[in-house]
Design a protein around this ligand. Structure first.
Ligand SMILES: Cc1cc2nc3c(=O)[nH]c(=O)nc-3n(C[C@H](O)[C@H](O)[C@H](O)COP(=O)(O)OP(=O)(O)OC[C@H]3O[C@@H](n4cnc5c(N)ncnc54)[C@H](O)[C@@H]3O)c2cc1C
Length: 444
């Protein structure tokens, strides 16, 4: 039986970064990845990067088939680069095989050449997450139902697309396909979109999505999916009434759960949480002393930069001064890439109120920002929750062009306790979206 110093199961963001770091410190690392189309993980192959590439090209007016080709070229290039970044390191090996546990010590890998049992001093699980497919009549047998990964590979642009779910993934796809020219209907069981964002921003985004031609059926329940000669027929209930619509494709975007499907953790003593997440401590170690879990599979926020931060914690524990833990992760932003994007961080006004904080609200429309007009997209608004006394930022939502860049500056200011008055007094390059902060924080 072969033995390694380190085995990493899954070539995700945390796994590949940890593999390179360990190998650069002279340690022996085996990375096991089951899918040769997934070197580098979900983000670069089938999630963040291909979706944003398609969104940008849809907004540029590039035709769907050409945009798909550009996206495929980009992911192929990145996949190859990611593979070599690990595989070319002297003490690292990439094995393309399915990994499963036989017990706490032993991993069995299966590929075309057969099965092999392996052991390691340390095992890191980085197997990501997988879509949740709701139990609806006909959904599992239809040929026209897709999760995000499969949807991204559809050669034909769906003329009529129904999106089930109005979370970030559902809305990003709805907005993107509408830009490409699809007729889009979003079925949501909620009362509104973006329930965790500031309500006035969510309402404005809904108006904009509707202005872009997207239809919404709120408080609706999809009850039946049936394939037809032309595509599929969907039945949903709304306000006690049954509706039947025809479509070419249904995108299921109803959330993702930790991916432990093939690992056979029941053969180990690794403890799981209620949502099949691998339970970890503040240093991302499981209850088994030589096994860690990083990225989506440990049930943390499902973002690539959180997976990267998981790497930082484990790397610091193994090779650094052991000071970094989950407790160091305070505030971090998130973005829904609509047209324009919505980025937010920290507390909403409602949360500040519930916490009984002494806060102040400042809002501003995006239309007054010169760069928004230069770009030709003055949609949106800024809303910030400030500590009334210190003027520190408690939370902020930006619905504007390049929101995802500006929010990183706000994140730094929040972490370093830089008050909004300082941001309001800065000299910013012109014309940029960041200079909106001069006006937003002018009269505090
Ligand atoms: C459509 C979409 C858009 C997204 N957009 C963004 C975005 O804009 N920004 C952002 O930050 N996040 C985004 N995310 C979330 C982000 O993609 C994930 O949080 C991130 O990729 C998780 O990385 P990870 O390190 O947990 O593992 P992953 O990158 O998911 O890697 C896990 C790897 O493990 C492999 N694997 C699984 N089981 C086994 C096994 N038994 N044996 C061997 N290998 C196995 C898988 O094939 C996979 O390659 C998006 C997600 C989706 C679905």
């Amino acid at each position: 039986m072969r033995h390694f110093e380190n085995i990493i199961v899954g070539f995700g963001k945390a796994g590949k970064t940890l593999a390179a770091s360990l190998a650069n410190h002279g340690q022996e690392v085996l990375v096991i990845e089951k899918d040769s189309h997934m070197y580098g993980g979900t983000c670069i192959n089938v999630a963040c990067l291909p979706t944003k590439n398609l969104i940008i090209n849809a907004q540029k007016g590039i035709e769907y088939s050409q945009a798909l080709e550009i996206k495929n070229q980009m992911t192929a290039k990145l996949r190859n680069k990611n593979y070599h970044k690990v595989a070319d390191l002297k003490t690292a090996t990439v094995l393309t095989a399915d990994a499963e546990f036989l017990d706490d010590q032993t991993i069995q890998v299966t590929d075309e050449s057969g099965k092999e049992q392996l052991t390691a001093d340390r095992i890191f699980i980085n197997t990501g997450s997988t879509p949740i497919i709701p139990d609806i009549e006909g959904i599992n047998t239809s040929n026209h139902v897709f999760a995000s990964r499969e949807m991204l590979d559809r050669q034909q642009l769906a003329k009529k697309l129904v999106v089930l779910g109005s979370g970030p993934i559902g809305l990003e796809f709805a907005s993107m396909y509408a830009e490409f020219g699809s007729q889009v209907l979003v079925l949501s069981n909620g009362k509104q979109i973006l329930a965790r964002e500031e309500p006035e921003v969510a309402a404005m985004a809904l108006d904009d999505l509707q202005a872009d031609g997207i239809d919404f059926a709120f408080e609706s329940q999809l009850t039946k999916v049936k394939d037809t000669e032309a595509g599929l027929q969907l039945t949903y209930q709304q306000a006690g009434q049954e509706h039947v619509v025809q479509a070419d494709a249904l995108l299921v975007a109803t959330g993702r759960r930790p991916n432990i499907d093939d690992l056979h953790l029941e053969r180990t003593t690794i403890e799981l949480g209620d949502h099949s997440e691998i339970l970890v401590d503040d240093q991302l170690k499981t209850n088994v002393d030589h096994i860690w879990a990083l990225g989506d599979v440990n049930g943390g926020p499902q973002f690539t930069y959180i997976s990267l931060d998981d790497f930082r914690i484990v790397n610091n524990q193994l090779l650094g001064d052991h000071s970094r833990t989950l407790a160091n992760r305070t505030v971090y932003p998130h973005t829904t890439f609509l047209n324009p994007a919505i980025s937010s961080i920290g507390l909403t006004e409602a949360q500040a109120k519930t916490q009984g904080l002494n806060y102040q609200i400042v809002t501003m429309p995006t239309a007054g920002v010169p760069k928004a007009n230069v770009i030709g997209n003055p949609r949106g608004m800024y809303k910030v929750v400030l500590d009334q006394d210190t003027k520190e930022i408690l939370g902020m939502t930006i619905y504007a062009e390049e929101a995802y860049e500006t929010i990183n500056l706000i994140s730094l200011a929040m972490q370093q306790h830089v008050p909004a008055t300082v941001l309001g007094d800065q000299i910013y390059a012109h014309p940029t979206m960041t200079e909106a902060l001069n006006d937003l924080f002018a009269n505090l």
